[in-house]
Design a protein around this ligand. Structure first.
Ligand SMILES: [Zn+2]
Length: 292
C-alpha cells in the first residue's frame, strides 16, 4: 500500500470512528414533558378549553371483578381512580366530564329524552359507522344495530352500549377530545399476569387518534412505573371492546392492573399508588392533547 492510499484509508477509518461517536440523541418533546415537573404556562394555555370524557368501568348493580377476600370490587376501584384522574386533569385546566359519578346514571328513557332535546340521531351514526367500518354488510349491519339497541335498556346496570350512547350525547354538548374507560383486569387461571393493558379498536374513524392516545398513556405509565408492564392492544371490530368502537370520538380502555395478582391487587388499593397512577394517566392524556 502506498502512502496516499494509507492516508485515505486512515481518513475513512477516522470518519467512521467519529460518526459512531455521535452525541446521545436529544430527548424528544415527549420525554422532556415526562421528565418535567408540572406544565409550562404555554402548555397550560394549550390545554385550556379541551374536554375529555372519563368512564369508571362497571358500577351500580355491576360490580365488575372481585379482589381476594371478596372486597373491594372493581366497581369501587374504577370510581376512585377515575375521580383522581379527573382531579389532576382539572387542576391542569382540562374540562372533564364523567359518564357517571357512582350515584346516578341515565337509563334508556333518560338517554332517549336527552337525544331528542339535542336533536341527536344515534341510530344514523351507528348505521354509518357499521356500514363504513365494521366490514359487515346487508343483514349483518341490521343484526349489529339490533344487538346495540338491545344493550340500551332499563335494567339496574349502566351497560357499555348505554355508555357509548351517553358519550355521543356528551359530545353533542361539548366537543370531546377523548373517551377513557378505566377498568381492573382479572386472570383467575394466571395469578402471575400483571400490569397495564390499553385497548383500542382499529375499525373506527378514530383509529389513529385512539392509538396515539393509548401510546401516550402507555409511555406515561412506563415513565411512572418502570418495573410494570404496559401494553397497547388494538383489535378489529369483532374483538374490540364495546366502549372502544361506538363512541364518536377517540377512545381508549385502560386496564389498571390485575385483581388476581398479589402485587397489583395491593397497589390498586393503596392510596399513594392510586395517586401516582392517576398522575401518570393524566400525563398521558395531556401528552396526547398537546400533540407530543
Ligand atoms: Zn372491567
Amino acid at each position: 500500500m502506498n502512502k496516499n492510499k494509507l492516508i485515505v484509508l486512515l481518513a475513512v477509518v477516522c470518519l467512521l470512528f467519529c460518526s459512531c461517536q455521535t452525541e446521545p440523541a436529544e430527548p424528544s418533546e415527549r420525554e422532556l414533558f415526562l421528565q418535567s415537573n408540572g406544565l409550562t404556562v404555554e402548555q397550560k394555555s394549550q390545554l385550556l378549553g379541551k374536554s375529555i370524557l372519563l368512564d369508571a368501568g362497571h358500577g351500580f348493580a355491576d360490580i365488575g371483578c372481585t379482589f381476594p377476600g371478596g372486597a373491594p370490587f372493581e366497581r369501587e376501584i374504577t370510581l376512585i381512580l377515575t375521580q383522581k384522574i379527573k382531579a389532576v386533569l382539572e387542576s391542569d385546566g382540562i374540562a372533564v366530564w364523567l359518564t357517571h359519578d357512582g350515584e346516578t346514571f341515565l337509563s334508556r328513557d333518560g338517554l332517549e329524552q336527552l337525544a331528542e332535546t339535542l336533536g341527536y340521531d344515534m341510530d344514523a351514526y351507528l348505521q354509518n359507522l357499521i356500514t363504513s367500518h365494521s366490514g359487515r354488510e346487508g343483514e349483518e349491519v341490521q343484526n349489529t344495530l339490533t344487538a346495540f339497541w338491545a344493550g340500551v335498556n332499563d335494567d339496574e346496570t349502566f351497560d357499555t352500549f348505554e355508555r357509548c350512547f351517553y358519550a355521543n350525547l356528551c359530545g353533542r354538548q361539548q366537543p370531546m377530545s377523548l373517551y377513557v374507560s378505566v377498568h381492573v383486569n382479572a386472570s383467575v387461571n394466571n395469578p402471575l399476569a400483571s400490569g397495564f393493558d390499553l385497548f383500542t379498536c382499529s375499525d373506527t374513524p378514530y383509529d389513529g387518534k385512539s392509538r396515539g392516545a393509548a401510546d401516550a398513556v402507555k409511555d406515561a405509565l412506563k415513565h411512572g412505573f418502570a418495573d410494570t408492564n404496559a401494553r397497547v392492544k388494538t383489535y378489529g371490530w369483532d374483538d374490540a371492546y364495546v366502549v372502544t368502537k361506538y363512541p364518536d370520538m377517540p377512545s381508549v380502555l385502560v386496564e389498571s392492573g390485575f385483581s388476581t395478582n398479589e402485587t397489583d391487587a395491593a397497589n390498586l388499593q393503596n392510596e399513594a399508588w392510586q395517586d401516582a397512577f392517576a398522575r401518570a394517566v393524566a400525563d398521558g392524556i395531556e401528552l396526547y392533547l398537546l400533540g407530543y
